[in-house]
Design a protein around this ligand. Structure first.
Ligand code: NDP
Length: 250
């Protein structure tokens, strides 16, 4: 088997699952890395997907994903660092354990993923980091999440310069609010912006802030990932691209 291969962390649900669907539809073999399988393999027909239990905070987990790809298809074309979480908390409630968990997942997890991917890709390949609009601007009770995503954008820009000479492209995608399980749970926090009513908050947010008067879908984020992985994007690297229906024009 020598099929184009994409590794997607957190590809078992939410935005990551939309990316998994999009890449499988486009003919990729997909390897999903996450802590729980969510029966993700059973949701597709044919020999198109493998699930590997990993924790992105552990460098070795990313090596397992690469090993799986090498044993299955013999190649890694695309590595998508999507796994992450958000949780609004005021600064006085941030302790060492929360700091390590959030930064460990959202920033360190992306860093180890990039390192493993670069090692496997040698002379070409595409890395995509799922960042956020929160990586472009600050918001209240969101210091650590914003710091993690600003960090993701920073490492994306730096690595693009470092590995560009090898033909490896590194980009980030920055979505705004997308109603996944993770976001809805996070919005229920008393410290978040939604005041106990995530659906109302998102509708109002879209009306007040989005040029298109709506929010993007996971599949729209996935489409940008597929484009960035394609030959059509061969001149694009080091970019942090907003997928936000015009919330934050740049
Ligand atoms: P979900 O909570 O719906 O999904 C999160 C995914 O990450 C799951 O697959 C989860 O799998 C995986 N994951 C979390 N922690 C770990 C870990 N330590 N090791 C391995 N896998 C892990 O979140 P979303 O789909 O909403 O978010 C996906 C990405 O998009 C995140 O990086 C998020 O910050 C970003 N984003 C989301 C936005 C939104 O509005 N939804 C907006 C902007 C950015 P499991 O639990 O099985 O390990």
């Amino acid at each position: 088997m020598n099929q184009k291969t994409a590794i997607i962390t957190g590809g078992n649900r939410g935005i990551g699952f939309s990316i998994t669907e999009k890449f499988i539809d486009a003919g990729y073999a997909v390897i999903v890395g996450a802590r729980t399988d969510n029966a993700v393999e059973a949701r597709f027909n044919g020999d198109v997907i493998r699930y590997v239990a990993i924790d992105v905070r552990d460098e070795q987990g990313h090596r397992h994903l690469i090993d799986k790809a090498m044993a299955w298809t013999g190649r890694v074309d695309v590595y998508i660092n999507n796994a992450g979480f958000s949780e609004w908390r005021p600064i006085e409630l941030i302790d060492e354990s929360f700091f390590n968990d959030l930064i460990g997942t959202n920033l360190k997890g992306v860093f180890w993923g990039c390192k493993a991917a670069i090692d496997a890709m040698n002379n070409n390949g595409v890395i995509i980091n799922i960042s956020s609009i929160a990586g472009k601007r600050g918001s209240a009770n969101n210091t650590l999440y914003c710091a993690s995503k600003f960090g993701v954008n920073g490492l994306t820009q730096a690595l693009a310069k470092e590995v560009g000479p090898k033909g490896i492209r590194v980009n980030a995608v920055c979505p705004v609010l997308i109603p996944t399980e993770g976001l809805i749970n996070a919005l229920k926090s008393p410290y978040g912006p939604s005041k106990d009513n995530p659906e109302f908050f998102m509708t109002k947010f879209a009306e007040d802030n989005a040029a298109l008067k709506r929010l993007p879908t996971g599949l729209e984020v996935a489409s940008v990932c597929l484009f960035l992985s394609s030959e059509a994007a061969s001149a694009i690297t080091g970019q942090c691209i907003n997928v936000d229906c015009g919330v934050f024009p740049q």
